[in-house]
Ligand binder design. Sequence first.
Ligand SMILES: *[C@@H]1O[C@H](CO)[C@@H](O)[C@H](O)[C@H]1NC(C)=O
Ligand SMILES: *[C@@H]1O[C@H](CO)[C@@H](O)[C@H](O)[C@H]1NC(C)=O
Ligand SMILES: *[C@@H]1O[C@H](CO)[C@@H](O)[C@H](O)[C@H]1NC(C)=O
Ligand SMILES: *[C@@H]1O[C@H](CO)[C@@H](O)[C@H](O)[C@H]1NC(C)=O
Ligand SMILES: *[C@@H]1O[C@H](CO)[C@@H](O)[C@H](O)[C@H]1NC(C)=O
Ligand SMILES: *[C@@H]1O[C@H](CO)[C@@H](O)[C@H](O)[C@H]1NC(C)=O
Length: 245
Amino acid sequence: MLLSQNALAIRPLNLYPVVYISLLFGILHAVSVSPDESCISFNLTLRNFRLILSWELKNRSIVPTHYALSYTIMSRPAGEMIVEDCINITRSFCDLTDEWDSMTETYVTTVVGIRGNTTLVSCWDRVFPALDTSLEPPEFEIVGFTNHINVIVEFPPVIPKMLVMKNLQTQLSLIIEEKSGSIVKLHRPKIDGNTTGNFTYVIDKLIPNTEYCVSVYLEPKEAEKIRRSPLKCTLLQPGQESEFS
Ligand SMILES: *[C@@H]1O[C@H](CO)[C@@H](O)[C@H](O)[C@H]1NC(C)=O
Ligand SMILES: *[C@@H]1O[C@H](CO)[C@@H](O)[C@H](O)[C@H]1NC(C)=O
Ligand SMILES: *[C@@H]1O[C@H](CO)[C@@H](O)[C@H](O)[C@H]1NC(C)=O
Ligand SMILES: *[C@@H]1O[C@H](CO)[C@@H](O)[C@H](O)[C@H]1NC(C)=O
Ligand SMILES: *[C@@H]1O[C@H](CO)[C@@H](O)[C@H](O)[C@H]1NC(C)=O
Ligand SMILES: *[C@@H]1O[C@H](CO)[C@@H](O)[C@H](O)[C@H]1NC(C)=O
């Protein structure tokens, strides 16, 4: 009893989504399903510069047909936020690119699992983008010339606001890895909040008649593992433009 009172005292906001969503779904008995911290695992991924939160219920024998996602921002007592696009979804992921705007906030995220008109579970956990985001490599192409390679990295039309700091710098470091035989060189093009669309980086002073391979990735913070794109290779031929296909 004491425990649940404490839980209520610490996280009063967290009980609202169940009630609110319950009303929304017209479910009568949902209020009895109280949010549980440990029943879900989240993955936050930056994929094609979209911020995608996916989840799995830890108890595999609970199989909802629908989910509803909501969140609160720990430092901003604005109450429970509902994500329009993720209010009654059959998929177990939600695009939060236009919702979450800070890497350094803690988003207390609740997922309600529904089957038919019954709420099966309500699970929550904290998501801290600065540490929890796994960065997938951007899409890119290469074009080989006699002695240089153009690397074309596909940025989105707008860089998500979460990744852009006030001074237009981004929190992303793009790395272009150049390989020839056993020699590996890293290039760190400057990108900022204005870097949009197809961004071309030229790797020059290369040796003709040589094969070069290129891969790109976004440098992760601290101990996270690097997620490289697959290599794209080109043999530089004198007087001839070669294009990776
Ligand atoms: C949720 O979506 C399902 C179909 O996917 C629909 O049958 C149900 O009525 C929806 N519930 C609400 C509350 O919109
Ligand atoms: C999160 O990622 C790990 C490792 O890539 C994977 O094993 C797990 O199934 C993922 N979980 C979710 C909820 O997507
Ligand atoms: C998983 O969920 C099922 C169905 O609600 C329940 O019977 C079972 O006890 C749960 N298992 C665990 C380990 O919580
Ligand atoms: C749930 O739906 C079933 C039929 O789909 C209906 O008989 C039942 O009354 C509903 N329960 C509630 C609580 O709305
Ligand atoms: C970015 O764009 C804004 C307006 O479009 C411009 O004022 C600013 O100088 C640009 N910043 C950089 C670093 O190019
Ligand atoms: C960017 O490059 C890709 C592939 O090279 C191409 O399909 C796309 O149309 C280009 N986008 C723009 C905005 O030029």
